[in-house]
Write a protein that binds this ligand. Sequence first.
Ligand SMILES: Cc1cc2nc3c(=O)[nH]c(=O)nc-3n(C[C@H](O)[C@H](O)[C@H](O)COP(=O)(O)OP(=O)(O)OC[C@H]3O[C@@H](n4cnc5c(N)ncnc54)[C@H](O)[C@@H]3O)c2cc1C
Length: 365
Amino acid sequence: MKKQRICIVGDGLSGLMTALALNKLEGLEVQLISRKNKHSKDRRTTAISASNYEFFNKVIDKLNKKLFWPSKKIDLFYETKDQNMNFLNFNEDSKNLMYVFENNKIKEILINEIKKKKIKTLQKNINDLKDLDGNDIKILCLGRSSKIYQSIVDKRSLNKDYKEIAITGYVKHNLKNLNTAQYFLKEGPLAILPFSKNNFSFVWSVNKDFPTKDINSIVKSKISKVLKTNKILISNQQSYPLMLNLKRTYYKNDILILGEGLHTVHPVAGQGFNLVLRDINKLQKIFKYYTELGMSLKSTPALEEFTSNRKSENIITGIGIDLTHNFFKQNKLLNPFKETILKNISKNDTLKKISKFISNQGLSI
Ligand SMILES: Cc1cc2nc3c(=O)[nH]c(=O)nc-3n(C[C@H](O)[C@H](O)[C@H](O)COP(=O)(O)OP(=O)(O)OC[C@H]3O[C@@H](n4cnc5c(N)ncnc54)[C@H](O)[C@@H]3O)c2cc1C
């Protein structure tokens, strides 16, 4: 039987992983289209759950495990009047809770794997969907805000501008046994994500009116205060505007949206790419089922099945993250009660187990 042609547009983490995952299936001929002009470097790290790390291992042969820094412990702190109160700890003795990787290094690994597997690639800026004619299924991984999505989406998306930015960067340090941590500070949540013995990355979400003058020294003094050390060296500082966008339409005819274009969420819970990986995992399973039956994907309800499988989890998680973000936001009336609520959360083992399970497996298990 003639191979079915799948084209994937966009070479961010979502597009690269989708190309590799679908290329594993017999009967599909995958092509990856990326932009002609290379974009600026992505100097962030990404935290993924243990189950998504397993998926990475299934998709990439002989994955270099050294590029994924494991974490057995996650500490959560809330800034009160006179201290950072440690209100919740997640820990596992026997297995890892999550893994942190540097986006640039993993993109390089994925691109090399694409070359190794001889997946067809094409450099072209796609401005018109007609450019993709001739493919059986077209998958758009164009990031959070491509205008091209407008011709696919008919229902209104759930949208919110957080009017915040995430300041990100790398920190060199000589602290011993630094854990992954989230500090809910007055200015906004600060995530500390170790990715090697003496390096961690941070994501600090703050109001977009945050003073840009002297921003480097403000960030340095805040991190020094939180970690109680001045011996840190910050590099690769960048900032990203923050928004919530949850699409309600996932596909039209034979064109599917995937990645940040389907769901852009606040980074406070580090869930954006985790949701994408669960989407790709599910899409691979659905496509496998139909191709093994010898069916043409175009004439099956594969994209509808994908939508009904993934949409509710993506929307519920996105809204859950938004509620978490709102809870920790400064609010004069609520602030006095938060300390009491958080002290009680730490005593609730069931809640801890549920949140650990959901952040690893998602909601649709
Ligand atoms: C500050 C921050 C921290 C984060 N931390 C985490 C975390 O710890 N854990 C987690 O799970 N998630 C995290 N995320 C989310 C995660 O970064 C994204 O989900 C992930 O990068 C996937 O992006 P993407 O590939 O869908 O989009 P992008 O990276 O935006 O890629 C889109 C690609 O499409 C290409 N493109 C666009 N238009 C065209 C066109 N017309 N023709 C051809 N190509 C085109 C672009 O060049 C680009 O390569 C974070 C997000 C932010 C903002």
